[in-house]
Design a protein around this ligand. Structure first.
Ligand code: FAD
Ligand code: MG
Length: 343
């Protein structure tokens, strides 16, 4: 399930192009889409969207991919992983920021959210054509390498070290959120008041629509990897991020295996949820929280959100029941009658 903009946002884009002429020496550019961060990233700048600004945004996204990717052999994360159990590694400012935040969420979730999950992610290979259920012994060995408590960040030296050989950082649950925040920074730096940033479903809606109304964000059907929105909500200057079981998965012998992994068992997290959507001001927090609350389940996840200011969530379970945090009670519209809001 991914958040999608509803029709009104698209309509407003069309009108905007018709009415407002480009105001700078550079021609107004249409939205740009590129494959970065292992996903499809689309940025739509509704005013002052010139080629140099789009170039700056996508150069920054590529820089973040090059630095933070667990999949590349040459990233800063790969350098840290290669030196696991050997020595500390100089970490980029981006790595330090994302990893420090990730570790805060590990502490908040009692280790359910764990950026040291890499050895398990690698074993399952979910999202690749090699995805398969790992052998129990391989899983046991990999699990012994997964602990956020074995990650040391030395802010003063600017280094990161992993205590055991074979440990692997994976920031896949949080880095897209950070990237969306970085894009929003660039957008605001250029005085752009309206923009839609969509990094593989990780949404940042900057400002409001040209007519002064909120953006309408559609929440996609959590039971398919495509399809129509099942709910919608209005947002102004907010990020909307979803984690769910139909984002990345494979099936083996009729069993559905998804990519949000329980660091206690090494298996995909198995609870009542199919998806959690987080709405807040900072996309890195929304990304970390969507994965964290998914792992915690509805009750503990709702309690975690209640402990944080200005954070709202939509929890959808396997019975198609929707639980909303208090701030969303009057703002979410259910579009698909198969889904019902429960208290
Ligand atoms: P989220 O719920 O936000 O995160 C789920 C992901 O977090 C899992 O895929 C896993 O990577 C990790 N994870 C699983 N369990 C836990 C846990 N308990 N605690 C913490 N983290 C957990 N994909 C590719 O296929 N190829 C690429 O080259 C590639 N490059 C990438 C580069 C970067 C910089 C980033 C940020 C992502 C990249 N990805 C790539 C995608 C990545 O592998 C994840 O699949 C993706 O980020 C998942 O995001 P999500 O929002 O769907 O799910
Ligand atoms: Mg996440």
């Amino acid at each position: 399930m991914k958040a999608k903009y509803g029709t009104p946002a698209l309509l407003s884009l069309a009108l905007y192009f018709l009415i407002i002429p480009a105001a700078s020496c550079h021609a107004k550019e249409p939205a740009r889409t590129e494959f970065v961060l292992g996903t499809v990233c689309t940025v739509n700048l509704y005013d002052k969207g010139t080629k140099p600004v789009y170039d700056e945004i996508f150069a920054r996204l590529k820089e973040l991919d090059t630095t933070l990717s667990a999949n590349s052999e040459t990233s800063n994360i790969a350098a840290i992983n290669h030196n696991a159990g050997i020595s500390p590694v100089k970490a980029s400012p981006d790595t330090l920021k994302v990893l420090s935040t990730a570790l805060r969420y590990s502490a908040k979730t009692d280790g359910a959210f764990d950026p040291a999950i890499g050895p398990i992610v690698k074993l399952w290979n979910i999202g690749t054509d090699k995805a398969a259920v790992p052998a129990p012994e391989a899983l046991r060995n990999a699990l012994s390498l997964v602990s956020w408590k074995d990650i040391s960040v030395d802010e003063k030296e600017g280094t990161v070290s992993l205590a055991k050989k074979g440990m692997r950082l994976d920031l896949g649950a949080i880095a897209k959120g950070y990237a969306a925040d970085e894009v929003a920074l660039i957008v605001r730096k250029h005085g752009i008041k309206r923009a839609m940033i969509d990094l593989g479903g990780n949404i940042f809606a900057v400002g409001e629509k040209a007519n002064g109304k909120p953006w309408i964000i559609g929440i996609r059907d959590p039971e398919t990897s495509h399809g129509e929105p099942i709910a919608s909500l209005p947002v102004v200057n907010k990020t909307v991020v979803t984690s769910g079981i139909y984002e990345r998965f494979f099936e083996q012998n009729g069993v559905h295996y998804h990519h949000i992994l329980d660091p206690k068992t090494g298996y995909p997290s198995d609870n009542e949820l199919v998806s959690v959507t987080i709405i807040c001001d900072v996309s890195m927090d929304a990304d970390a929280l969507s994965t964290s609350t998914f792992l915690l389940g509805t009750e503990k996840g709702m309690a975690l959100l209640a402990s944080m200011p200005n954070v709202e969530g939509i929890f959808i379970n396997k019975k198609r029941q929707v639980r909303l945090t208090p701030g969303l009670q009057n703002t979410v519209t259910i579009l698909d009658p198969r889904f019902t809001v429960i208290k």
